[in-house]
Design a protein around this ligand. Structure first.
Ligand code: HEM
Length: 328
């Protein structure tokens, strides 16, 4: 979620030593300070989403309650609602920071409303905020589990909440057996892939750049986790359609970034040419471009056909729920 290096104006790469002098080096501390305004905006948005979910529960429109009728008590399940709200602000910030990253590493738009330097800073700060929101989402879920397991002793309650939330494979109920490890994968990958930027002078700019591009996997896992598990997008209704639609610009920018990367060294070229690398490497890179194009077509098909994996809202509440804690 951090900028894919800083190519020179002609798209070539400056050697790492010329990139920035140590005096100018961007530090985590400075970026954390710079992230305060957007982190504040994220908290305000989270609060608004929380109020919205609360109001939907009170009015009887909550999809979460339709999926899990026992949850029809906003006052009792407020931590769950807050976890959902952090999940949404986290996903929105992830969307924004990925879009900024793709803008920076893909073909240069002829005119930008702000300088490249500002875009880079926004990319870094929104990326830090995203990680914090993802963590807050998981933490509030753990807190809800701890609250819920009131019949256990404190040590067991704390362990149950921690393990179900943070230990891959521990959560063993319903869709969560798949969806929770996917979310954990996103969270656990986001942190190193995002923070490695701040030690790139140690690991080398090239190693950092190679690793950082896998950050798109974090985003894909986050969206997959949400489509699979989010009760507010459980049914084939407008929120699910909007979620699918939001993926279109990301897929288009990803395709453009692969077809016309800002860094000349990443251009595909003809197979066998020196800059294209080995033939198998060229085939792999070409396949990546074809896959990105297929994703764009797939997204268009999903949105146009309405076959978006959403269930029909049942007339009667279901007897069992997909990821409720087992008892109560
Ligand atoms: C330790 C990792 C994670 C755990 C334990 C976890 C847990 C959960 C749970 C239990 C739900 C279902 C809530 C519901 O009833 O709707 C959920 C939904 C969701 N999660 Fe995660 N998650 C994790 C990581 C992530 C990450 C990295 C993101 C990316 C931002 C994310 C975004 C979301 C979103 C947007 C929803 C939908 C909430 C709703 O429907 O209102 N989660 N997650």
């Amino acid at each position: 979620m951090l900028p894919d290096a800083t190519p020179d104006a002609d798209g070539t790469t400056a050697p790492p030593t010329r990139e920035r002098s140590p005096v100018e080096r961007v530090t985590l501390r400075a970026d954390l300070r710079a992230a305060l305004p957007d982190a504040t905006a994220a908290v305000v948005l989270t609060a608004a989403v929380f109020v919205f979910f609360w109001a939907r529960m009170e009015s009887g429109d909550s999809a979460t309650v339709a999926v899990m009728p026992f949850m029809d008590d906003a006052g009792r399940y407020w931590m769950y609602l807050l976890s959902q709200a952090f999940g949404w602000s986290g996903l929105l910030w992830a969307w924004g920071t990925v879009m900024l990253g793709l803008l920076l590493s893909g073909p240069r738009p002829s005119r930008l409303p702000v300088s490249r330097h500002v875009l880079e800073r926004w990319h870094r700060t929104t990326s830090l905020t995203t990680m914090a929101l993802m963590f807050a989402h998981a933490l509030m879920f753990a807190a809800e589990l701890v609250r819920y397991e009131a019949q256990l002793a404190w040590a067991e309650r704390l362990w149950a909440g921690f393990a179900d939330t943070f230990v891959p494979g521990w959560y063993d109920s319903g869709t969560g057996r798949i969806a929770i490890p996917i979310g954990q994968g996103a969270l656990y990958l986001a942190i190193p892939l995002g923070l490695l930027f701040y030690v790139r002078h140690r690991i080398g700019a090239n190693a950092w750049r190679r690793l950082h591009r896998f950050v798109i996997v974090v985003y894909v896992l986050s969206v997959w986790h949400t489509l699979l598990y989010g009760t507010n997008v459980w049914y084939g209704e407008w929120p699910r359609t909007v979620l699918w639609l939001l993926q279109l610009p990301v897929a288009v920018l990803l395709l453009l970034r692969l077809l016309r990367p800002a860094r000349r060294a990443e251009r595909l070229g003809a197979p066998g040419r020196r800059e294209g690398g080995s033939l198998p490497g060229w085939v792999l890179r070409a396949a990546g471009r074809v896959a990105a194009a297929a994703v764009v077509v797939g997204l268009l098909a999903v949105v146009a056909s309405g076959h978006d994996g959403g269930r029909d809202r049942p007339a009667e509440p279901p007897a069992s729920s997909p990821h409720a804690p087992e008892s109560g």
